[in-house]
Design a protein around this ligand. Structure first.
Ligand SMILES: Cc1ncc(COP(=O)(O)O)c(C=O)c1O
Length: 423
């Protein structure tokens, strides 16, 4: 029997006696809000909770508008559509994100262009973005994830220069700030997911924010079967819905008032949750530098408020006697009694990002078929991060105590000391 939990030793943290904070977080307030909707009979379709949530979420993010939508995948798809993007247009996305970021572009027959990330933030690399721009490029989707922010100053500068739309994928960044502005409010449109594991959740759900009235009106119609916004009937003759029969073909991407009720409560909890997570992350990162072979993610000074979904750090195999990162993650999970994951797979080789599973896409044209093939993109930094460096913990571990942070650090040090037992 060895020292490490993986070899039969005593784990650093006894999770049975001391469980990690539960997620999702809820109490009587959520129960009361859900019952209110139940008794009201207005379970969906622009209900009072949905309207209230849209107002509150826009106010929170400092934008003029917010639209609650079915999930954080269709939000991206509708955002691209509202920007007039479609067949043959190129959309730049980072190679190290959840497949939905790129799949949303595929679903409107655009071409996702996969671009490599920076080594120390794991977010879109602006230098690579510039290199990837062609006359067909129409939009950039920076994704703020791994506890980092994409460099929005550089991305907005490039976008302005080349007249590109910027849609921020903030599925992991609710409440984060770049130079005092909320994530999602810097580009043309911000997209959020409220899926179960996210920082705000209604089980499923999503939202779009924008301050552009024309985009807002299009998005409002696109989420609701192409219907004109009700208020617009009073403005006949104006704006994009000016003439009779001028509508946007679309589907139903609405969410229910039950979800909106939960989201109102989640939004109320978010600032305090983010504060706890950031305080713990700062404490942890400051001490992580004292352990050989592990590095905190670079925190950009321009990030004025941090929001963590994946809490990540960088692993250096050579310093752990050659112990592969996958084995390190297993050992850490065994010590802590929680999930320890890798970064997303690079989209160029991701098993869930597979355009070829929808053969009709290739029938659009032979050229289109070639362009959407993800294997044509080379993403060496994404590859290295995924295969050799990435260690990601769910944000709930950051909702623990300072003592919990000390235990995570102790577990890493313990694996460092006993790495030879696993190699
Ligand atoms: C970065 C990113 N974008 C988009 C999405 C899609 O969100 P949803 O699951 O709500 O469709 C996710 C979901 O995990 C995500 O991680």
């Amino acid at each position: 029997m060895g020292q490490l939990a993986l070899t039969g030793g005593k784990p650093v943290r006894n999770t049975r006696q001391n469980p990690w904070p539960k997620w999702p977080a809820w109490d009587r307030r959520e129960e009361k809000a859900l019952l209110q909707v139940l008794h009201s009979g207005v379970w969906s379709y622009n209900g009072p909770k949905e309207k209230q949530f849209n107002q509150a979420f826009a106010r929170f993010n400092g934008t003029k508008y917010s639209l609650a939508i079915a999930n954080g995948t269709v939000t991206l798809q509708l955002a691209l559509e509202a920007c007039g993007i479609g067949y043959g247009d190129e959309v730049i996305v980072p190679g190290l994100t959840w497949q939905a970021t790129a799949a949303a572009a595929l679903d409107i027959n655009a071409i996702p262009v996969l671009v490599d990330v920076t080594e120390d933030t794991w977010c879109l690399d602006p230098t690579r973005v510039e290199e990837a721009i062609t006359p067909r490029t129409k939009a950039i989707i920076p994704v703020h994830l791994y506890g980092s922010f994409a460099d929005m100053d550089a991305i907005l500068r490039i976008a302005r220069q080349h007249k590109l739309w910027v849609i921020e994928d903030c599925a992991h960044k609710h409440g984060g700030e770049w130079k005092g502005k909320k994530a999602g409010s810097l580009g043309d449109i911000g997209s959020f997911s409220f899926q179960l594991s996210k920082l705000m959740t209604a089980g499923e759900g999503g939202a779009l924010i924008t301050s552009d009235p024309t985009l807002y009106e299009k998005l409002d119609a696109l989420r609701n079967c192409g219907r004109r916004p009700e208020r617009d009937t009073a403005r006949k003759g104006e704006g994009i819905y000016g003439s009779e029969g001028d509508f946007l073909q679309s589907g139903n991407y609405r969410l229910t008032d039950f979800q909106a009720a939960l989201l109102l409560e989640a939004l109320r909890r978010l600032p305090q949750h983010n504060q706890v997570r950031d305080k713990n992350a700062q404490y942890f990162n400051a001490r992580l530098t004292q352990i050989p072979g592990v590095l905190p993610m670079r925190r950009d000074r321009r990030e004025t408020a941090e929001a963590y979904y994946n809490f990540s750090f960088r692993y250096q195999q050579e310093q752990f006697q050659g112990l592969p990162v996958a084995r390190f993650r297993e050992a850490l999970a065994a010590e802590l009694g929680c999930r320890v994951e890798a970064s997303y797979e690079p989209l160029s080789e991701c098993s869930l990002y597979a355009p070829h599973t929808k053969p009709w896409r290739y029938k659009l044209s032979a050229k289109h078929g070639k362009q959407i093939d993800p294997r044509r993109f080379k993403l060496p930094v994404c590859r290295r991060i995924h295969d050799r460096e990435s260690v990601c913990l769910h944000h709930t571990v950051l909702m623990g105590t300072k003592a919990d942070m000390d235990l995570i650090l102790e577990a890493i040090r313990k694996i460092y000391d006993h790495a030879a037992d696993l190699t």
